[in-house]
Write a new protein. Structure first.
Length: 140
């Protein structure tokens, strides 16, 4: 994963075009993934969603209507932008445009590629909340 740092410029023209919420991700904080999955299945009645193999990251995905809840069983990466920690994900139509906008505003981000075509960007808002941006179909 690469990380970009720059001075932030938050004011100005409209920013990244978000189209919808994609998923929410919660970390198990050391609790076994299966225990957390069982809670969401039995207490909240969530369905299961296929999850690709992500090397070094245990987890499970649930369906919530047409949205997803991602359970992540990886230890926190600590300070900075942590893709394995609690975050929400929004879908964008054009991830390249989103990156251009982030860079123009001096927003630090982390980029990762999962599988053959899923590119993800993580940013942190001024209050420290992590946000993932994802374009659903593209080539890396």
């Amino acid at each position: 994963m690469g990380q970009r740092r720059a001075r932030r410029r938050l004011h100005g023209a409209a920013g990244v075009k978000v189209t919808r919420f994609h998923h929410v991700s919660v970390n198990t904080n050391g609790v076994p993934v299966d225990d957390v999955v069982e809670f969401y299945r039995t207490v909240l009645g969530l369905g299961d969603q296929p999850r690709p193999e992500i090397p070094g990251v245990a987890g499970h995905w649930h369906t919530v209507g047409d949205q997803e809840l991602h359970i992540v069983g990886a230890p926190s990466q600590g300070a900075g932008i942590d893709p394995t920690g609690h975050h929400y994900c929004v879908a964008v139509d054009d991830l390249d445009q989103a990156v251009t906008e982030l860079e123009a505003r001096g927003i630090e981000y982390v980029r990762a590629v999962q599988g053959e075509s899923t590119v993800q960007i993580w940013i942190v808002d001024p209050a420290g909340n992590t946000i993932e941006l994802q374009q659903e179909t593209r080539t890396p």
